[in-house]
Every structure is written in C-alpha cells, then in structure tokens.
Write a protein that binds this ligand. Structure first.
Ligand code: ATP
Length: 357
C-alpha cells in the first residue's frame, strides 16, 4: 500500500476522539467524497533515531504491512495510510460497538454458550492470523471490540497490531512486550516466542470472562510475574461454582507452561467446550454461566485503571504541548518531539525491549 502524502484533513473530515493509545489518538473521520465513516489512528512518529518520543516509522510500516495481510471478518480492516513528517494516520474500519467486556458487563446474565459465541469468533480471527504466521502479542480485553453492539449477533473485531509480528521461516523471536496480567512465562523468561504466546493470553481472557478473577494478578506487577513463572493459579470453588468442567479443562489446556503443549487456535475450535459433540455437553454449556457479580466488579476496576492512565497521558501530552509551544513561541499541530523525563506508572511501560535474534 502506497502511503499518501496529502493532508488527511483535505480528504476526511476529522471528528470526535474515539480512544487514545500511547502514541496518539483514534478519531472518527468522514470521507469527504463519499460521506463514509471510518476511524483514523493518528500516530506520532519519531523525528530522529535518538528520540524517545513517538513510534519509529518502521514500526508503523510493520503494523500496516500486517494489517494488509489480515483480511478477516474478526480483524479490523485497513483502508489507507497517510504520512507527514511527524505523524502517520491509518484510516481503518470504524468499530462502533465498544469493547466486548463492556458489552458483557452491561448484561444481567450470560450463559457459557453466549460467551462461547464470542470466543469462537476470537479464535477464528486468531487462527487466521496464526495461519499467516502472525502473532498479535497483545491480546487483552481492551483490544477485543464489537462492530455493532445492537446487531442480533455482534461481530468481534480484534484491534491494535502495534506489537504484532510475522515469523519468518526458522526465525527465533524474543520480546519483553505485553501487559503483565496476560503474558506467558516465555515472555518473562525472555525465551523464544511463537503464536502459542497468544494462546496463553486467550486462556487468561477466558478465565477472567467466566469468573471475573484474573488468574495471576497480584498486588504488584512483580508479584503477578512471579505467579506466572510459578504457574500459580487455581479455580476457587466460590468463584467457579457456576462454571462447567469443560470450560475449566479448556482453560487448563491453554495455561500450560510449555508453549508446544498449549492448544492451538485450531485445536481450541474443536475442544468439546467450544464444539460440543454430545447433548450432555451442550446442555452443560447452557446451564453454566459467567459469574456476573464478579465480572462486573473486575470490569469496573479495569475501566477505572484505564481512565487513570488516560488522565496521566493527557497531563503528559498537555505538558509536552506547553513545553514545545514555549520553546517555539507557538503551538504546532503535527510535531511533538520534546523529551519527557517524568516517571511512568508500571502499566504504561508496555512497549519496551523488543528484539529479534
Ligand atoms: P496502545 O497504546 O494501547 O497500544 P494504540 O496507540 O496502539 O494503543 P489502539 O489500541 O489501536 O491504539 O487504539 C486506542 C483506542 O482507540 C482503543 O482502545 C479503542 O478504544 C479505540 N479504537 C481503536 N481502533 C478503533 C476503531 N477502528 N474504531 C473505533 N475505535 C477504535
């Protein structure tokens, strides 16, 4: 895909902010020529190799390349890319249904069968990605959205391919990226990664979805990481009393230390919990349900943490704008490259130390 050098605002009407990431904002945009609605992901890019602010252009190029290879109903589609000196804009499919976890938390009761309908779509999207030797490496509730929450069967859309990687034949890839709660032992041990890394995250997401508990989360990130290495997780009866045995079996086959022993997305799709072979299995799924009371609590806490991070990021952004306008005597739109020495909360130290060997 050729990157366009025109001013994005000449072709699109830039609308409201839909969300924010570490390096920019996602806004609703309207294509002037057709009136069609899209989302624009505005990413600040680094002006120089020595700069710590913004994303390297090559990283955005990689995200674009991967998105282009991933045309699937469960994966956010890419339409166009614009670039100027200090910013790149990805025009992508507008996903208006919000996050899957928020959709579920708004309900009174959700059976395992209903949860499985969503999980199946996630597995199909991830399976497709893995068939192209692409791993997402940042699967978590914030990156699982719904195209339209008012549809009879809302469609899952996986977003944020900023940490994704396409494996070349025989390549050994290591990375320390990810979000503590969702990363497997091989990330913490700085061992070679594979598409199996995503499958662990799906195990964690399923565990949370059914119970409202995060299997390894502790008071600090350090303790969480220790729990992961020690494989310290269980299914407390008071929380999992509404959960079927097949569901627990499904999770146990994903939260496996050795990546080779973990179920693949394809294997998940034929696991008896996802694809029941008997009437008894089917009935169990309909009888079992999500622990809604706990799930709502988990989701509220998650949203609170996200808004805390958002306020922190806004403050930082404002400070940078003020610093740069003070230095230049004006506020400029498409450039921000001041260095920031303020310390970050641990949850924001997400994109760190990534290497390939
Ligand atoms: P992070 O720093 O978390 O990696 P990022 O800069 O890579 O974020 P995204 O995660 O892709 O950005 O998007 C940030 C937020 O914008 C999302 O959490 C979501 O709320 C919203 N968003 C992203 N893409 C879309 C879309 N296509 N349609 C609607 N909203 C979106």
């Amino acid at each position: 895909m050729a990157f366009k050098h025109e001013n994005v605002a000449d072709l699109y009407d830039i609308g409201v902010v839909l969300g924010s990431g570490h390096f920019g904002q996602v806004r609703q945009v309207t294509e002037r020529s057709t009136g069609a609605q899209w989302a624009g992901k505005f990413i600040k890019t680094r002006k120089s190799a020595g700069s710590r602010l913004g994303v390297e252009r090559s990283a955005v190029e990689r995200e674009v390349e991967l998105l282009q290879a991933l045309t699937h109903p469960s994966i956010m589609a890419l339409k166009d890319v614009f670039e100027c000196r200090a910013e790149m804009v990805l025009i992508v499919e507008l996903i208006s249904g919000g996050e899957l976890f928020d959709f579920i938390a708004a309900k009174d009761n959700v059976t395992e069968s209903e949860a499985i309908a969503f999980l199946k779509q996630i597995l199909e999207g991830v399976g497709f990605m893995h068939s192209k030797h692409i791993a997402h490496f940042d699967l978590k509730p914030e990156n699982i959205m719904l195209s339209d929450k008012d549809a009879a069967n809302p469609t899952i859309k996986l977003i944020d391919f900023g940490l994704a990687h396409q494996f070349k034949q025989g390549e050994e890839y290591k990375s320390m990226c990810g979000t503590p709660q969702y990363i497997p032992p091989e990330v913490i041990n700085y061992s070679p990664l594979s598409t199996a890394t995503d499958m662990w995250s799906i195990g964690v997401i399923t565990y949370i979805l059914l119970s409202g508990l995060s299997p390894f989360q502790d008071n600090t990130d350090e303790e969480t990481l220790k729990n992961i290495i020690a494989m310290k997780f269980e299914f407390p009866e008071h929380v999992f009393s509404m959960t079927s045995e097949s569901a627990k079996d499904f999770i146990k086959k994903l939260l496996v230390k050795d990546p080779i022993e973990r179920m693949t997305a394809e294997e998940c799709l034929i696991h008896q919990w996802i694809k029941p072979m008997t009437r008894k299995d089917m009935a169990n799924r309909n009888r079992s349900s999500i622990n809604m009371k706990n799930f709502k609590k988990f989701n509220a806490k998650r949203k609170w943490k996200m808004s805390y991070n958002m306020v922190w990021m806004c403050n930082r952004f404002m400070r940078l704008q003020l610093l740069s306008s003070a230095a230049k005597g004006e506020l400029r739109d498409c450039e921000s490259d001041s260095e920031d020495t303020e310390s970050k909360p641990a949850s924001l130290m997400r994109r760190r130390l990534s290497s390939s060997s």
